[in-house]
Design a protein around this ligand. Sequence first.
Ligand code: ZN
Length: 318
Amino acid sequence: MADLIKLEPLFHNKIWGGRRLASEYGYQIPDGPVGECWAISAHPAGDCPVTAGPGAGGTLSELWDARPELFGGEAGKPGSAPGGDRFPLLVKIIDADGDLSIQVHPDDAYAAEHENGSLGKRECWYVLDCEPGATIVVGQRAHNREEFAQLVEEGRWSDLLNEMPIHKGDFFQIDAGTVHAIKAGTLILETQQSSDVTYRVYDYDRVQDDGTKRELHLAQSLDVIDYAAQAPASGAITAAETDGVTELEKNSNYTVDLVRVDGEKTLAQPWSFMCLSVIEGAGTICGEPVEKGAHLLAPCGCGDLALAGEMALITSHL
Ligand code: ZN
């Protein structure tokens, strides 16, 4: 059986970040407000070191280029794995102590043309924890570009934005073109396309330590917003759990599952690769001890994964 690939998370300071990535997950994080843990990433803005398994000592992007067969490609042929020239997913944990900006992401076509060949960004959120009364913004109410621009101009945010209460265990799929914001008091596991392109519509007129405001991108936002998208009424999961597995989302970019382990469980791994993040409890994966906050990649052809313990995981694959 091929070895599992173990990754070291990378951290990003954010104006809205907090300290829960240290206090809740035990990560060694930099000083100051830390908003994001990039747990499984080969993106140039955060390329995770591989600490054990194939490619140990290098980074995930180096492993992707050097060993395409581990990701469903052909040995010796870089770029042959599904996903092509780059590892296509990015798994983050987000600690929102303050509100994230009101934002929207482009799709692949717009990003390729306007953002130097970047991928677009489809993302999804599993709510790991939230404070009582926490809310989230998913979707907006303007019917077209002109109406959106006018409501922004007039600062009528509550008329414009679809904001709703959230609860631990909620799940939201955010397609490209959907206006959204994670709000204060929320811990989220995000699975997304490997992209870092964000267009900010509004940042609450916040001022950074250096006295400046973060850049807004209203023109690009107006270009990419999907004015016909239906906003969800809640993040309650409606899919049924089968043998401990709940399919949270399946689209052309990723499939994301919630996996509960209570004792022993065998998880099939027939995919080109599988991302695994332990979000609760502790146990073992193929004999390797893991606990909340651990992130692993199961390579192509590794066979069934033997899980044991009392834990919950979020998994993803293409
Ligand atoms: Zn986003």
